[in-house]
Design a protein around this ligand. Sequence first.
Ligand code: UDP
Ligand code: MG
Length: 137
Amino acid sequence: MEKTLSIVKPDGVSKNLIGEVIKRFEQSGLRIAALRLLRLSRDEAKGFYIVHKDRPFYESLIIFMSEGPIVVMVAEGNNAINKVREIMGATNPKDAAPGTIRADFASDIEHNIVHGSDSKESASYEIPFFFPSIDIH
Ligand code: UDP
Ligand code: MG
């Protein structure tokens, strides 16, 4: 069983899409193994997205990700990392396949509703960023 870290971003929370995102994960057979609602500080957002520190969108992304509450969760299942990426759709909603979360709800490439780990390596950084092992069930 594989685990992945997903986030309902501030735009997803403010659009009342927490339940919609969790519903899509559960209906695909994934199990929610950990769940929190929290607001990232600016420094925490920088740490979470440190892999993008040299990208032109980094500063804007940090402002966006710390502007309101988010829901962070661990989803578990067969092929969980790729499964969540498929349910989310492409980063840019203009490129996202019909029926994906981003195609259905995202307003632009930055405000794209959800995050999902992109590899085992990312998941192994992102899951403990939010959850000690005692809080993963
Ligand atoms: N992002 C952005 N502009 C870009 C690319 C990405 O604002 O040109 C934001 C967007 O919110 C994205 C996040 O930065 O979800 C992380 O980018 P990444 O390439 O890792 O996309 P993801 O893995 O989320 O699809
Ligand atoms: Mg990514």
